[in-house]
Design a protein around this ligand. Structure first.
Ligand code: ADP
Ligand code: ZN
Length: 214
């Protein structure tokens, strides 16, 4: 089964993707994570996208489609793919459709995670992530352990993202509404869309997603 998690920054796509990876043996493909990895390892591409990402704008379709293509060519998981943060434009959605078709694969479901803007600002400005395992912390609901070590993997590298500040977030939200939200209509028209309430608790959201996937 191949699915897309669609929703604004802070909707909880990464958190739910991680649950699906654990429970259904799926593979998470997050273009945001791939771009951050390119920055950390200091590749030419990583240097090119750094300022764009910190500002909160989208990087070019060419770059992210290339990243996804490489991944799809390199591994073939039994449980299928979770696309997280991709596609974000209609051109990316078309490219993904073609890539899957070429592999003889289908897109089975697009889950739209609905969250209002105030909640997004609160969530993102309170967010921190373990650099080693991706565990997500929140100052209000799931604070970083007092010893500063990740409760999941023990790493002491829990960090805040450079773009998790109010100004970049405004740009990211604008990019979502202008460039990404048209995908809701696009997938609705194709009959692939299921919407869930992203404001519910983490477990409730996971249950709604499980129901949507059948
Ligand atoms: P969030 O969903 O919380 O905004 P991501 O980790 O998915 O965060 O993405 C972080 C940044 O990486 C985006 O603001 C954008 O600059 C870039 N990015 C990630 N995925 C894409 C994509 N599919 N197309 C264009 N830019 C992307
Ligand atoms: Zn960790």
């Amino acid at each position: 089964m191949n699915i897309i998690l669609l929703g604004p920054p802070g909707a909880g796509k990464g958190t739910q993707a991680r649950k699906l990876v654990d429970e259904r043996n799926m593979v998470q493909l997050s273009t945001g994570d791939m771009l951050r990895a390119a920055r950390t390892s200091g590749t030419e591409m990583g240097k090119m996208v750094a300022a764009v990402m910190d500002r909160g704008d989208l990087v070019t379709d060419e770059i992210v489609i290339g990243l996804i293509r490489e991944q799809l060519e390199s591994d073939n998981p039994g449980g299928g793919y979770i696309f997280d943060g991709f596609p974000r434009t209609l051109a990316q959605a078309d490219a993904l459709g073609r890539l899957l078709l070429d592999m003889g694969e289908n897109l089975d479901c697009v889950i739209e995670m609905q969250v209002d803007d105030d909640a997004l600002v609160d969530r993102i400005t309170a967010r921190a992530t373990c650099k080693d395992c991706g565990e997500v912390y929140n100052d209000n609901t799931k604070p970083i352990p007092a010893d500063g070590k990740c409760s999941n993997c023990g790493s002491s590298q829990i960090e805040r993202r450079a773009d998790d500040n109010e100004e970049s977030l405004r740009t990211r939200l604008m990019a979502y509404y202008k460039q990404t939200s048209p995908l809701v209509g696009y997938y609705y028209a194709k009959g692939d869309l299921k919407s869930v309430d992203g404001l519910a608790s983490m477990d409730e959201v996971a249950e709604s997603i499980a129901r949507a996937l059948g």
